[in-house]
Write a new protein. Structure first.
Length: 322
């Protein structure tokens, strides 16, 4: 088995042999494109820290969705920027809210594209937290009621899949139950099962206009130091009825993706978050790395770690290449 009998370079000699022994492949089937919806008409406002990504009014959103579909991307996930925010995030579960309008327009105008909605309150609350504030803290069980209303309202508007990203305890079961009671047992639930309190969400919070106005999210999102806790979180969400589980962010948490892959057989998603996208874009703009190669290599690494699907702001760009 030893040199010179075994020479690993034989299997790297040219593009065809490399193609034959390649263990992991990327495809447009893997991508879910995140999109930001805002009020107005004809609005297409580029997010300064996320080149190629926009705040889109509903009409522009429909065009963007059509384009993604044309490129073969199977799904999009929507984030809403409401007209007004308040203490209880009422815009989140308003049947005429921004996301509900967006879903209805998409369902009327774009066929064969899975519409996923992010279920959370932070984009809709004046304080920017993911739940109801009681005595300066996010109250878990009061928040569950509102998240369930939000998910049902998305389902009513026509969403195919809901994705709770709030990290309240028990929310998957609570939402699943509310959907069932409302006759929406066919709605798929993708849970942000393992979501860390990460510095890599910075650009998203600008895009969604959702930074917390006081404190931080460490009282509900996970501590980046914890890996075993990820297994407990995922197990809970699976017991509560999640169809797909997610790890977020992706690149600093490839070990977590890998261990969830080994532990569970549910479909596994990974969220290649805004900061991960922005870092590559910024370095590429300076000419410090090859942006396209760095994009493909990082997406591939997320697949190799064990993810079945990737939520990524690179969806459109990568789909064009693949
Ligand atoms: C809502 C939510 C966030 C992201 C997805 N859903 C922001 C946060 O938790 O602060 C971040 C996505 C990204 O950075 O790309 N809770």
């Amino acid at each position: 088995m030893y040199f010179p009998i075994y020479r690993p370079r034989r299997l790297r000699a040219d593009a065809n042999i490399r193609r034959m022994v390649r263990e992991t492949t990327l495809s447009v089937d893997d991508f879910i494109a995140p999109l930001f919806v805002c009020p107005g008409e004809g609005v297409r406002r580029e997010i300064s820290t996320m080149p190629g990504n926009y705040q889109l009014s509903v009409d522009e959103l429909v065009k963007e969705a059509e384009e993604l579909k044309g490129l073969g991307v199977p799904a999009i996930i929507l984030f809403g920027i409401p007209e007004e925010k308040d203490e209880l995030g009422t815009g989140a579960y308003d049947d005429h809210g921004i996301i509900q309008k967006a879903i209805r327009a998409l369902k009327a105008e774009v066929q064969d594209l899975i519409v996923i909605t992010d279920v959370c309150l932070c984009e809709y609350t004046s304080h920017g937290h993911c739940g109801v504030i009681v005595d300066g803290r996010v109250d878990n069980d009061k928040t569950l009621e509102l998240l369930a209303k939000e998910a049902v309202s998305h389902a009513l508007a026509g969403a195919d899949m809901v994705a709770p990203s709030d990290m309240m305890d028990g929310r998957v079961g609570f939402i699943r139950n509310a959907l069932n009671n409302a006759g929406f047992e066919q709605i798929t639930l993708m849970s942000y099962a393992v979501k860390y309190a990460s510095a890599f969400y910075g650009p998203f919070r600008e895009a969604a206009e959702s930074p917390p106005q006081f404190g931080d999210r460490k009282g509900y999102q996970m501590d980046p130091a914890n890996a075993r806790e990820a297994l407990r979180e995922a197990a809970l969400d699976i017991e509560e009825g999640a169809d797909i589980i997610m790890v977020k962010p992706a690149l600093s948490y490839l070990d977590i993706i890998h261990s969830l892959r080994n532990e569970f057989d549910h479909p596994l998603a990974a969220y290649n978050v805004s900061g991960e996208f922005a870092m590559i874009k910024a370095a590429a703009a300076k000419g410090w790395i090859d942006g396209e190669q760095a994009m493909l290599e990082s997406l591939l690494s997320i697949k190799r770690a064990g993810a079945d699907m990737i939520l990524t702001y690179f969806a459109k760009e990568a789909a064009r290449i693949l």
